[in-house]
Design a protein around this ligand. Structure first.
Ligand code: TUI
Length: 314
């Protein structure tokens, strides 16, 4: 049994978080992960507060275990979602794509555990100072909005910069990745892409199929020019966007090209105009499984690897 400081802190059985994927990680998926012993996280994405409240209540109707909400800080609704998580007393808030400093005092006063995603040492230090409970170090192998550094170099640097528990994310899809993350100093992992194949993940069947069929070089990063690099599957949309981005299209037109693209992938499975966010580990996702089974399998695979690590020491 692998247990760590994050299990004790949050009252969860396994040190596994399900990443807060915009338009994807709803109350049902989060509750299934939490019931499986991990931490299920509802993604607020670009949705209004009322949607997030509804999803929290759906999750609460399915599980009594702790749940989290991920707040995407670029969202125009970030302020109202920040209030909703306090009113609904979620156990954990994770944040992404920015600096959550202005909300932290209120969340901490409400007894919420704040666990920001950090992609740099500077933000890790700031978040430690402002009272975060733990940090998620997310490398650029992940899907969606990505930072510069890979998981391999980011995790140890974040571990050196903080005394808080560190959760590793980006490129982890099986027990080998979990074991490696612990070796780098992490005491937990967060996975997004692997949970796209969960039975309880209600993305369009075309999206799921694309993940299950993905191969090693199937993802690419677009959006660097506008300052929001995003990793997604290499589909016609991603190729068209990249061409427009480097072909000198105006910023506004470029932005309108992306508007609604996540929803077109998640809800319609639109191969031509949808943006299918996925991490580099998509190729390692092989079959549809219940969320709880994914959590348990990750731990069952990681345990003998970690136990066997002493074989290398003569
Ligand atoms: O946030 C994510 N992944 C995401 S967000 C998203 S939706 C989106 N929509 C439009 C534009 C961009 C994204 C899809 N996937 N992951 C967590 C994450 N946070 N990765 C990297 C960061 C990050 C980057 C820079 C966090 C903080 C940061 O610096 C902030 C600062 O002020 O220092």
């Amino acid at each position: 049994m692998i247990r760590s400081a994050i299990c004790e802190m949050l009252g969860i059985r396994y040190p596994v978080f399900q990443g807060g994927m915009a338009w994807i990680a709803d109350g049902k998926l989060a509750a299934a992960v939490s019931n499986g012993g991990g931490l299920g996280i509802i993604a607020a994405g670009n949705a209004p507060g009322a949607y997030v409240r509804e999803q929290i209540r759906i999750a609460r109707s399915i599980t009594r275990e702790p749940i989290g909400v991920n707040i995407m800080l670029l969202s125009p609704f970030a302020d109202e979602v920040a209030a909703v998580v306090t009113e609904e007393r979620v156990e954990v808030v994770t944040t992404g794509a920015g600096n959550p400093a202005k909300y932290m005092k209120d969340w901490i006063a409400a007894g919420i555990r704040v666990i920001p995603v950090v992609a740099s040492v500077a933000l890790a230090k700031k978040m430690t100072r402002l009272g975060a409970s733990a940090l998620i170090a997310e490398g650029g192998e992940s899907g969606g909005h990505v930072g510069e550094l890979t998981t391999m170099v980011l995790v140890p640097q974040i571990c050196d910069a903080t005394s808080l528990p560190v959760i590793a994310a980006g490129g982890i899809a099986d027990g080998r990745g979990v074991a490696a993350a612990f070796m780098l100093g992490a005491c937990g992992v967060q996975l997004g892409t692997r949970f796209l194949s969960a039975v309880e993940c209600t993305i369009h069947p075309v999206y799921k199929e694309k993940i299950l069929k993905a191969t090693d070089l199937c993802t690419m990063v677009t959006g660097k020019r506008l300052g929001h690099p995003v990793r997604s599957l290499r589909t016609p949309f991603a190729r068209d966007y990249a061409k427009a981005e480097y072909g000198g299209m105006e910023d506004e037109e470029l932005e309108s090209l992306a508007t609604g693209a996540l929803q077109r992938a998640v809800q319609e499975g639109d191969n031509e105009k949808g943006c299918f966010l996925a991490g580099q580990a998509a190729a390692m996702v092989k079959k549809e499984q219940h969320a709880a089974e994914i959590v348990k399998e990750l731990m069952d695979e990681a345990e003998p690897i970690l136990k066997g690590a002493s074989q290398w020491v003569k």
